[in-house]
Design a protein around this ligand. Structure first.
Ligand code: 5GP
Length: 300
């Protein structure tokens, strides 16, 4: 005999409807976090004061991965560090886990970055140039570093504005005179480097500084200046990245193929970065980058 008879059909239908509604409500909460409509801390607040809410039933892993600047790898790391089990839901956290998670999110979401120097990197054609051009125009108080390069100027590029276009001999001189904070050969072709004196001067003057450089450069800057904040700009999808690269028409097919290969490798490095920003819309991405440059007032 079956000790627990199946519920009547009508109950099962009602239960499955309720489950679908709950899932939808949780998806809406995640969407709100992902689009900055609510902070993860606000969601936790509701979860902890209202145990029957959609927020209460949200898994911590889902909550964390909805935070725009947190990826799955970092989210998993945070959960391990805080001793939160994979399947844990927000309302199921213990007192200590609650306060530790709260503190972690406060540091993460508070728009508080630990430094004034932000390095913006990301795969080719993701729109780093557009995001930094937007910042140049809308936030003139931010110092944008102008790199030196041995690549010839493209149409419309101005020496001293977009790059300092230099000869190989001049680039060699800059290296030996220690004028570069970092330099790298990018896309296996030309050399690019970050001039150090202007950055030092801007930082000393208390300005916020933005470097838009490649991945190797970002790693080297972090090694030189550990307080630098590394931001990885992501495309909404790989297909979109390919579309952006092939339709901008600035590279020939061989160059495009080379850059896509570099992009594939670069995308795999995103978890080395402090923050990730998705470039769906240039203005929004730029604002997120600028928010990460907020300097907490208690810093010396
Ligand atoms: P493009 O030739 O399209 O202007 O830039 C090619 C790549 O070089 C981009 O990924 C850009 O971020 C990178 N880049 C520009 N300036 C620097 C720099 O000073 N240092 C490094 N390491 N990369 C740079």
């Amino acid at each position: 005999m079956n000790p627990r008879p199946d519920p009547p059909e009508v109950d099962r239908v009602a239960a499955s409807r309720a489950a679908v509604a709950a899932r939808r409500a949780r998806a809406a909460v995640k969407h709100d976090i992902a689009t900055h409509s609510r902070t993860a801390r606000d969601v936790l607040d509701t979860a902890w004061t209202n145990p029957g809410s959609a927020e209460a039933g949200l898994r911590v892993r889902e909550l964390l991965t909805s935070v725009p600047t947190l990826g799955p790898v970092r989210a998993a790391k945070v959960m391990t560090e805080l001793g939160i089990a994979e399947s844990k839901r927000a309302a199921g956290l213990g007192t200590r886990q609650r306060s530790e998670l709260w503190n972690y999110l406060q540091g993460r979401e508070g728009g508080i970055a630990p430094g004034r120097l932000v390095v913006l990197a990301g795969p080719t054609a993701v729109g780093k140039g557009s995001v930094s051009a937007y910042i140049r125009e809308k936030y003139p108080e931010i110092h944008l570093s102008v790199s030196a390069t041995t690549r010839p100027p493209r149409t419309g590029e101005i020496d001293g504005v977009h790059y300092f276009f230099v000869s190989d001999a001049e680039f060699d001189r800059m290296i030996s005179a220690h004028e570069l904070l970092e330099w790298a050969v990018v896309h296996n072709s030309y050399r690019y480097g970050t001039p150090r004196p202007s950055i030092d001067a801007a930082l000393e003057a208390g300005k916020r500084v933005l470097l838009e450089i490649d991945l190797q450069g970002a790693r080297n800057v972090k090694a030189e200046l550990p307080s630098a904040v590394l931001v990885f700009l992501l495309p909404p999808s790989w297909e979109e990245l390919v579309r952006r690269l092939t339709t901008r028409g600035t590279e020939d097919p061989a160059d495009q193929a080379r850059r896509l290969e570099t992009a594939r490798v670069e995308l795999a490095a995103q978890d080395e970065f402090d923050y990730r920003v998705v470039n769906t819309e240039v203005g929004q991405a730029a604002r997120e980058v600028v928010e990460l440059m907020a300097v907490p007032s208690h810093r010396p």
